[in-house]
Ligand binder design. Structure first.
Ligand SMILES: [Zn+2]
Ligand SMILES: [Zn+2]
Length: 264
């Protein structure tokens, strides 16, 4: 969490502003009270402009264009599709399509993802980032289309997980699960340590990621004949998602769709 030293007067002002809501919040849930107290003690600030309230204030949120259409994940320049991967890419690709909330070129999106994934690891940003995905699904009018789906986070190698303390994809998946009311299954594991994909050329990325994932417990049959939403933070060339989709399909998954905050 990012902290700032707050003068006492400001804290008391915040208490006064929130006092009216306290009674209704107590009626709602004890968790709300905890949240309320934490908000007063450690107020959040917009990571872009510093306004108090949340990690992304309404003004800065309005500077993010949340996409209202889908593009083929593999065509460049991006090709608009009605849904899913375009017919020509479908011949060779495993991923059925991609839900992508925004462009990684947007400087606020880039900033948020950076704060989320790199030190000091603002894990709480999973809520803000997943809300962009939900807004994207609302724009597409598809929020209620996923009852038969399972969420599977793109996995981290255990060494990386230990170093960061959490898997960003899993944190986003947990938030999406709450909104869509569908389960998260950790059906994949990463068994090969790979250099960061951003440091490699496209061909190297494909080679680098080959055989990097397994389904550790295919015997459980959790994903057999199921439709999967494979969750990650950023989609770049799609090499990671394709390899994950291939692994899931080999283990019996019926369909694998990608779901990310941004496309790089
Ligand atoms: Zn702001
Ligand atoms: Zn295509």
């Amino acid at each position: 969490m990012l902290y700032k030293i707050i003068p006492l007067k400001a804290i008391l002002g915040t208490v006064e502003n929130k006092r009216i809501n306290l009674y209704t919040e107590i009626m709602v849930s004890p968790l709300k009270i905890v949240e309320f107290v934490l908000d007063i003690l450690f107020p959040k600030f917009c990571l872009n402009c510093g306004a108090e309230g949340n990690y992304l204030c309404p003004d800065c949120l309005s500077l993010i264009e949340v996409l209202d259409r889908q593009y083929c994940p593999f065509c460049f320049p991006p090709r608009i599709v009605f849904a899913g991967t375009c017919l020509s890419c479908k011949r060779t690709k495993k991923l059925a399509g991609l839900y992508c909330a925004a462009s990684y070129e947007n400087f606020i999106v880039k900033k948020l993802i950076h704060q989320f994934k790199y030190e000091p690891y603002l894990k709480d940003l999973a809520k803000t980032l997943s809300s962009l995905i939900i807004t994207h699904l609302q724009h597409l009018n598809k929020v209620n289309n996923f009852e038969s789906f399972l969420l599977v986070p793109a996995p981290l190698h255990k060494k990386k997980l230990k170093q960061r303390g959490f898997n960003p994809a899993q944190e986003i998946a947990k938030e999406i699960a709450k909104a869509l009311k569908i389960p998260v299954i950790n059906a994949l594991a990463k068994i090969k340590q790979t250099p960061a994909q951003v440091e490699l050329e496209k061909e190297e990325r494909l080679e680098n990621i080959k055989g990097a994932f397994i389904c550790p417990r295919p015997d459980l049959g959790q994903i057999k004949n199921r439709k999967i939403l494979l969750v990650d933070d950023v989609f770049t060339t799609g090499a990671t998602m394709e390899e994950c989709a291939l692994t899931l399909k080999k283990a019996g998954a019926k369909e694998v769709w990608g779901m990310v905050v941004a496309r790089g």
